[in-house]
Design a protein around this ligand. Structure first.
Ligand SMILES: NC(=O)c1ccc[n+]([C@@H]2O[C@H](COP(=O)([O-])OP(=O)(O)OC[C@H]3O[C@@H](n4cnc5c(N)ncnc54)[C@H](O)[C@@H]3O)[C@@H](O)[C@H]2O)c1
Length: 444
């Protein structure tokens, strides 16, 4: 078949390459010249295991070719962004433009597939509404479905093949045709449903995680007030066979979990109360960390110097989108009285990539572990202690063993552990160490 994939980003390019390497001819359309030029040379514009090879082969065989506009094809697959507006509504303008771009070329019998994460009803109402302007009727002349992704960056090609998928058609025939198309490379189960159910499935997968992280964040705040250790609570509560508490952190970031729940809240703000509250709790975590920093730094006169380890939204990736650490840094800067230096070899953020941890921490009053990148696991706390102006560590990820940090002469503080909040636990007992102590909590 001839396919046209519209939007060649993190989802569109691997999807186009998979179809092209499994028997189809694919026109990859994008509005970004750099992406088209890179693809024209047979290269992927981002690094992902295995992607470079499959792009090189499919381009050299002319099974995948770049283009600026859609051309007549049997199926159109839309993979454009769906960012969130400042008022938390979904920006559907990219989808609208992408669907309009196929109106001049779409023909009776074509499939139109939306992969972009979208608010419930987008396929049935917006996509089909625009397609009708072609004079063709979705459901009879055109086969229209929503077919979302669940891939994890770093494993995209493997997960494209092996993950199960939900395919939501505007009618059964649409869903069946789309399932048959994807079966050329998908080995996971493919479940057929209606388009709005599939849209809601995609949103609820990320909402489930967001709500659970908010619950852990709230637990962290509660435990700080109670003078106990949230990580300890989570560890033991999760021994229950049907409990799976998530872990707290300085907030939720990325382009999915921090965004998708708003698409439900936007549609049904009065009904989606817990989902909205969870979003607000997670969004408030950088401020909670700021307040903790204020308390820890209250005895420091003049500018408080903070060394922040990690700025990305999650460990071992270079992605800064919606990073709560960057929000925290903005809050510190807005408040004034703080100078912040960042260390993160993954990220281009204010010189963070080149900086040496032991140089950066020199003269600092606080070492803040914000992202648990692998390379921060083994650090020389004695060396850190020697160069800091004030011996204070705040671990927001339960990443470091407190006894090791404290043995080096540093004061260890953990997000969600009320130990140092008022310098005593409520029962006057000695708090149990977070990691590595009696039943130290499992790591995230
Ligand atoms: N990245 C992920 O891990 C992931 C996972 C699941 C779902 N999604 C969803 O998939 C969708 C795409 O995400 P992504 O990460 O690939 O985005 P992206 O920003 O990496 O790529 C989107 C591409 O679409 C192009 N584009 C925009 N408008 C266009 C138009 N009118 N015509 C042609 N090209 C156009 C952009 O130039 C860009 O290259 C989003 O809705 C996202 O929420 C992403």
């Amino acid at each position: 078949m001839k396919l046209c994939v519209i939007g060649l980003g993190y989802i569109g390019l691997p999807t186009a390459a998979m179809f092209a390497s499994n028997g189809h001819y694919v026109l990859g359309v994008d509005v970004n010249e750099r992406i088209l030029e890179t693809l024209g040379r047979g290269e992927a514009f981002f690094s992902e295991p295995g992607l470079g090879e499959v792009v090189r082969w499919t381009v050299s065989e002319r099974r995948l070719i770049p283009g600026r506009e859609p051309l007549p094809a049997d199926a159109y697959i839309i993979c454009v962004p769906t960012p969130v507006n400042p008022d938390h509504s979904a920006d559907l303008s990219y989808i609208e433009r992408a669907v309009r771009s196929i109106l001049p070329v779409v023909r009776k019998g074509n499939m139109v597939i939306l992969e972009s994460t979208s608010p419930p009803g987008t396929t049935r109402n917006m996509v089909c509404g625009i397609l009708r302007e072609s004079g063709l009727e979705p459901g009879t002349d055109l086969f229209v479905a929503y077919c979302p992704e669940r891939v994890l960056p770093g494993r995209i090609l493997t997960e494209l093949v092996h993950n199960s998928r939900v395919i939501g058609g505007i009618n059964t025939e649409s869903a069946v045709r789309v399932r048959n198309l994807y079966s050329c490379f998908v080995r996971g189960e493919m479940y057929i449903t209606d388009a709005t159910t599939a849209e809601m499935c995609k949103l609820m997968e990320n909402t489930y995680r967001d709500v659970n992280i908010a619950l852990a964040a709230e637990l962290a705040m509660i435990c700080e007030e109670l003078g106990i250790n949230a990580w300890e609570v989570i560890r033991y509560a999760n021994k229950h066979p049907r409990v799976n508490l998530h872990y707290p952190g300085p907030g939720v970031g990325g382009h999915c979990i921090a965004v998708d729940p708003w698409f439900i809240v936007q549609r049904l703000p009065e009904t989606a109360r817990m989902i909205g509250l969870a979003r607000r709790i997670n969004d408030a975590m950088p401020r909670f960390v700021l307040e903790k920093i204020r308390t820890l730094m209250k005895d420091i006169d003049g500018t408080k110097r903070i060394c922040v380890l990690g700025v990305t939204y999650k460990p071992d990736v270079d992605d800064l989108r919606e990073s709560p650490v960057i929000r925290l840094i903005s809050l510190l800067k807005a408040e004034g009285g703080y100078s912040v230096i960042t260390v993160d070899r993954h990220a281009d953020y204010e010189g963070s990539r080149e900086r040496d941890l032991y140089e950066a921490v020199r003269g600092c009053h606080l070492l803040l572990l914000a992202v648990n990148h692998r390379e921060f696991r083994q650090v020389d706390f004695r060396r850190i202690r020697e160069s800091m102006a004030y011996p204070c560590v705040l671990d927001t990820r339960n990443f470091w063993p407190p006894e090791e940090v404290e043995a080096a002469g540093l004061r260890y503080h953990l997000l969600g552990w009320g130990r140092h909040a008022d310098e005593k636990s409520p029962d006057g007992g000695v708090p149990v160490p977070a990691g590595g102590g009696i039943g130290g909590p499992e790591k995230r």
